[in-house]
Ligand binder design. Sequence first.
Ligand SMILES: Cc1cc2nc3c(=O)[nH]c(=O)nc-3n(C[C@H](O)[C@H](O)[C@H](O)COP(=O)(O)O)c2cc1C
Length: 338
Amino acid sequence: MSAKLFESITFRNVTLKNRIVMSPMCMYSCLDQDGKVTNWHKTHYTSRAVGQVGLINVESTAVHPQGRISMEDLGIWEDEHIEGLTELVDLVHEQDAKIAVQLGHAGRKAIVEGPIYSASPLPFKEDMKKPEEMSTEQIHGAVEDFKNAARRSREAGFDIIEIHGAHGYLINQFLSPLTNHRTDEYGGSKEKRFRFLREVITAIKSEFEGPIFVRISANDYHPQGYTVEDYVDYAKWMKDLGVDLIDCSSGAVVPAKIKPYPGYQVQYSDHLREQAHIATGAVGLITSPMHAEEILQNNRADLIILARELLRDPYWPRRAANELNVELAPPKQYTRGW
Ligand SMILES: Cc1cc2nc3c(=O)[nH]c(=O)nc-3n(C[C@H](O)[C@H](O)[C@H](O)COP(=O)(O)O)c2cc1C
């Protein structure tokens, strides 16, 4: 059997050596609360590159300090962040892996001091801060924040930008009817709820020529919320805007219960890939190489995105290669004693 998991794939000018992607995961490690890359980030991400992950997707990185998920988030809201991010990119490139950055704004889910913002003035939970409804001017400002972050991503040398449009953060707050009660040009219809993301994508593309991925929550798990069917239109519109891949996650828009099981989100990747004819990534409780291979061989996704399993085992791709009978070359430094 030739393993699809180890076949290369090209998005625009970027070729990934295999289909294994490290999912973005907040490391809460900017202990000085300045958003700057620390030694931890360098060790953590480079380890997975040594482990032969094809694409490292760096954790949600804040485009504005008030948009941080936590005060210890990575940041890309000012030019001072470029130096550390460049070092991180270079370390991962040295190990022959590609690297993406996930650009995020937490909106009403930001855990920061001071005011927080959202599409509508609705708190995520009773005991959380009430966000201010964003004015048109503030929305334009947020689009500009994503644009500047894209410029910094280019200057730091990132291969790919992933836009965080999932998990109930700011972009998701505009997309979902549960969290967007606006009646202006940014709400009131599906097209208008998409407008903020449309402007963010367009702004990012004006600064960054590489591939653009968008992570979405394909199910709100709420009777009045969106399902993957609703996301077919969004996926088509993203494709028309030149988005290269939809990273298919789900939930966390409102505090609804999810019952996860192995591959519980693969159905969303499968559906959007087929209905919107766009490349997709499957994520969520994928831990076994055979399962990963099944998803790819059955054309249910183009990329396999692993989160916790790569925390447990940074060398997962080596384990997968063993199980799928693929020979992986060791890092060249090992070859003398091999
Ligand atoms: C510690 C941790 C931090 C996470 N941070 C992010 C993040 O920054 N951005 C994001 O889109 N998802 C984040 N996630 C979700 C993961 O990327 C992934 O979608 C989820 O864990 C399901 O995949 P898994 O079953 O392989 O862990 C995080 C998950 C974990 C465990």
